[in-house]
Write a protein that binds this ligand. Sequence first.
Ligand code: SF4
Ligand code: SF4
Length: 382
Amino acid sequence: MSDNKSTPNPGDRVGVYFCECHSSGLCDRFDFDDLETFAHEFPQVVLIRRNPKLCGKEAIEGIKKDIKEHSLKRILVATCAPDKHLEEFRTAAVEAGLNRYLVDAVNIREQLAFIHTKDPEKARKKARDQFAMGMANLMAVKPADKVYAIVDETKCNGCEICYTVCDKDAITMIPDPYGRVSKISHPEPDKCWGCGVCVTSCPVNVMDMTVYSNAQMEAQVDTFIERMEHNMINSLVFACHWCAYPAGDAAGAEGIEIEPDFRIIRTLCSGRVNPDWVLKALSRGADGVLLMGGKPNHCHFNTGNIRTMRRMKLIKFLMEQMGLDGRRFRVEWVNPDEPYEYANIVNSFVNDLRKLGPNPLSSRESDYSSAKNKKEKISNQG
Ligand code: SF4
Ligand code: SF4
């Protein structure tokens, strides 16, 4: 255990827990010392612990004790796949007085140590990046009772798009209490299953989610952008919680080696991914963005993937206007029981980016030549 000497705001005191997972051999495959050193750089981190089995009863009781004794306000666990033990850590935190969503996880096992064994240097860099993205996500989350859509009633224009796209009939249009328009959107938390499709569809961006919020997602994208390095391929993967992300976990469980040159953001549904996030990453120099969700007829949220498919066509068009090769953005479908397919998709995407070379919009190439090429291309199109 080690204490950070800086003094964060009382509401920002973060406890970090590394599970060395001795039973799975993770301790032999992962550079915990390096990640612990890195974790100390975050001023909010006031407590770091390493445990050989964090999901054990004693360790979980220890987390509860730490929350009280060290006045921890948020917890980040660096452990295995979130569907394995995150729920137990959250339950413990609730018992110690924290809101459940102020506890989150970075998957250093299936999505990191078990799939990147051949290049320890790249694996270390990736672990730091994923940890930084995890911290950004954790610091942006707000306490919530559950995951559901919310709307800024004072800004809704009553267009009904959210109402139309909701597969759960979780949105009703109600008379505008402010008298600005005839009706406004009213999501019902009890009916909402948290897909986020309505949030991404709102044309005036007045919707959000209580958890997996815009602020959380954008914080992760921004951190990815800040941490890009010129001597590597910088690619960002959005993977849905129910299909693509578990396919990656299954790949880790199988020990399938995967190219390490990508960073991953977990979303509840592929339909939650806002085209702005994709375009932001690409316009700031990311070499590529891969969006993965479940195959048609397998989407946990019925039609979330179909809406994604339609929406993302726009991105290719905008990329063309930006002078970017359309192959830098790809949408792929994979089911949770398809680890080899997951690995093939990621590997082929990263390899294609390697062949394409650096993003011309990155500072690695002359801004002027990129802008000039773009201008010539547009004028040739008439
Ligand atoms: S998040 Fe999904 S289920 Fe909830 S209101 Fe929006 S579209 Fe409906
Ligand atoms: S899509 Fe946005 S603006 Fe339109 S009704 Fe829904 S919340 Fe209001």
